[in-house]
Design a protein around this ligand. Structure first.
Ligand code: FE2
Length: 196
């Protein structure tokens, strides 16, 4: 199992630790707790959420920091970050350190942009074939991205972000994770939308 010493080494290795990664990790942990992950799973979730975008260190600055809309080609470069991130974390470990937990960590990072309906990347995984940790990170990642300022747009209001999460339930995101997350950030907002 990964221990805290290894976690510290990974964090040290991650030169782009940003408020996005840390906030994504906080949201993901809350969601993971709510849906009943055990301590070991929560630890893996925390590490993978903190490192989910580490592959962006391989994306050229002129693309990563571009303040205007990306071209199709530039977007294709950015999309590689999930594969690159998984490789960076995998390569951090020597062969005899590759445990089940390391494999789970690497998979969680590689698949954080898969979509529940199968239309995501890099592998087009669908539904339950997407690692659960990746699905949790996906909801947390999207919510933080929507509700934070970017160079090309202002942060969205929570209510608008919640509407988008609801619209994407069963499309981009696992429906029960969307429901649990919205209930977590805004108890009561669900009353009308998810009432059976
Ligand atoms: Fe990402």
């Amino acid at each position: 199992m990964l221990n805290s010493k290894l976690l510290a080494k990974i964090e040290e290795k991650d030169s782009i630790t940003s408020s996005h990664c840390s906030k994504t990790s906080q949201y993901a942990l809350k969601l993971g707790n709510t849906v009943g992950l055990n301590e070991e799973e929560l630890f893996l979730l925390e590490v993978s959420a903190k490192l989910h975008d580490v592959g962006k260190i391989n994306v050229p600055d002129e693309i990563l920091l571009k303040p205007t809309t990306l071209t199709i080609e530039e977007y294709e470069v950015i999309k590689n970050h999930s594969i690159w991130g998984a490789e960076i974390v995998n390569n951090f470990f020597s062969e005899n350190e590759i445990s089940e937990d390391v494999v789970a960590l690497v998979r969680a990072i590689r698949h954080h942009h898969e979509r529940f309906d199968g239309g995501g990347y890099p592998d087009g995984l669908k539904g339950d074939s997407i690692p659960y940790l990746s699905q949790i990170i996906s909801v947390a990642d999207a919510y933080d991205a929507m509700t934070s300022d970017r160079t090309y747009r202002k942060a969205m209001e929570m209510e608008k972000a919640v509407e988008i999460l609801k619209t994407e339930s069963g499309k981009q995101f696992h429906p029960s994770l969307v429901e649990a997350f919205i209930n977590l950030i805004s108890p009561g907002i669900l009353r009308n939308s998810f009432a059976k």
